[in-house]
Design a protein around this ligand. Structure first.
Ligand SMILES: [Zn+2]
Ligand SMILES: [Zn+2]
Length: 111
């Protein structure tokens, strides 16, 4: 007997939004999308998706900041509004430290 609650995938032929070509959305890719909880069907073939991603990267350039804690240079995907900024590592550490302090104090995390 087949599992009824398991979604069965099969290759799908889709139309690329950009070049209009047909491309195959493979079972493997569908499984990947499913596992990631992605709902949207891909709109572009692989080459067009790559081009699209490159354009997005250009539109959202990474900015260099200097972390106020470790003084290292780091890249952030947003425009820094002040010098009061932490790199990703320090930011995570700060959050962890804060969470630990809150936990130690026996308080619950703000929701
Ligand atoms: Zn295409
Ligand atoms: Zn840092």
């Amino acid at each position: 007997m087949m599992e009824t609650n398991q979604k069965q995938f099969e290759d799908q032929v889709l139309n690329c939004k950009d070049c209009g070509d047909k491309f195959i959305w493979t079972v493997g890719e569908q499984q990947f999308f499913h596992d990631k909880g992605l709902q949207n069907v891909p709109k572009r073939c692989k080459p067009c998706a790559e081009k699209y991603k490159a354009v997005l990267r250009e539109k959202h350039p990474m900015n260099w900041i200097r972390c106020k804690k470790c003084k290292r240079k780091a890249e952030v995907p947003f425009e820094p509004k002040s010098d009061d900024i932490l790199c990703e590592d320090c930011f995570k550490q700060e959050i962890e430290k804060r969470d630990k302090l809150i936990a130690e104090a026996g308080l619950s995390l703000p929701t």
